[in-house]
Design a protein around this ligand. Structure first.
Ligand SMILES: [Zn+2]
Length: 370
């Protein structure tokens, strides 16, 4: 269990090192569903076919117009790929960006438009519903309970715990997501349903900025026709391509300006330090919920922690502290704490910086000063 917290903080370290040399040169394009998993089924089409066609079009546009950017597909034909394998492909390739393409469905046939999701705590039941539906595909996989650490696709509670997991790339993912939504609105003229957060298994373990785009509703007959048309797919794909290009340019510009500030200038030592460390500082403080502490190690898989997965152990002055969740937002952590209190009435929020618990007040001051 102690290993967990180490990996969590090393993720932040990797990120800050990563940023100085970060560029977008490898992109994983993930066509949702495939094979025995059709995804959403419309009147005239299946989600898996539309996502594959759009994914390939996006990849082709990158190949033709962004030399130096390598495209990696999670699938290029009608094959079933488990959700964890999709993120594993991205991590194995050390990709710089991960885009999962999906189509949506809603009971109300009038609903149309696009949404781009990043991994995080859902703020509405609507977002939760989308994530639950997309995650339910793991029931096609063998032993999904073990593979996804006890995650139950049918339980909203299991969801809340899961969505509070660390997302070291939240900021960049949100940024990329909003660029995508902007391009889909401007270029493809799709109704903009916004950037949203929810717990998607496919984004869970990716170690790079990652988004999931719902490119439209197959439950809406007109939108289904659009999504099946050559023109519709081309518009969606070129919008996503433009967003990738814009995001890449933005990242390149940041890296370039960072490299400039890193050059030592003895006349302004303070400025150098401030500018070159700003990026690294942003995500080093995290809020978690402490559910228990003890003088001797407890079995974090024991009955006292019934039903809660992914407990981190932090040892502070010989005391073992058991922590769940993880958010860079204090209000979000407080919301999560309310949920945890239903099972652990004494739970409270702690702030962690570089593997150490620091006073909440100090954490908030530091965040506000950034
Ligand atoms: Zn889907």
């Amino acid at each position: 269990m102690a290993l967990l917290i180490i990996s969590l903080f090393s993720a932040n370290t990797i990120k800050s090192q990563h940023l100085s040399a970060y560029s977008v040169s490898k992109i994983v394009i993930d066509a949702g569903h495939g094979g025995k998993d059709p995804g959403t089924v419309g009147k005239i089409s299946m989600e898996k076919d539309i996502t594959l066609s759009i994914a390939k079009r996006v990849g082709d546009l990158i190949d033709q117009n962004l030399p130096g950017v390598k495209v990696i597909y999670t699938r290029t034909d009608d094959t079933f790929i488990p959700l964890d394998e999709r993120s594993r492909i991205a991590n194995r390739e050390s990709a710089d960006l991960f885009i999962s393409i999906h189509c949506n469905a809603a009971p109300n046939k009038g609903v149309t438009g696009t949404e781009t999701y990043v991994m995080g705590l859902h703020k509405s039941n609507e977002n939760l519903d989308v994530a639950m539906r997309e995650n339910a595909v793991i029931t096609y996989e063998d032993e999904y309970h073990e593979k996804y650490e006890g995650y139950d696709p049918n339980s909203a509670e299991s969801f809340i715990i899961f969505t509070m997991l660390q997302n070291a790339f939240l900021e960049q993912s949100l940024d990329f997501a909003s660029i995508i939504q902007g391009d889909l609105k401007e270029r493809a003229k799709r109704p903009d349903r916004g950037v949203r957060q929810a717990g998607f298994l496919v984004l869970w373990k990716t170690s790079m900025p990652s988004v999931l785009v719902e490119v439209g509703y197959l439950s809406n007959p007109r939108e289904e026709v659009f999504l099946n048309s050559n023109e519709g797919q081309e518009l969606i794909a070129s919008s996503i391509y433009r967003a990738i290009k814009a995001y890449k340019q933005k990242v390149d510009a940041i890296v370039e300006s960072n490299q400039k500030t890193v050059k030592p200038d003895p006349s302004k030592p303070e400025n150098i330090e401030n500018e070159s460390t700003t990026m690294a500082k942003v995500n080093t403080i995290e809020f978690k919920v402490q559910i228990a502490s003890s003088q001797t190690p407890m079995n974090s898989k024991g009955t006292q922690f019934d039903g809660i997965n992914n407990i981190d152990t932090l040892v502070v002055n010989g005391v073992y502290k058991y922590l769940v969740g993880g958010s860079q937002s204090y209000p979000e952590a407080l919301e999560y704490c309310k949920v945890v209190k239903q099972k652990f009435p004494d739970a409270f929020v702690v702030a962690i910086e570089n593997g150490e618990i620091i006073p909440i007040k100090k954490a908030l001051e530091k965040i506000n000063s950034n």
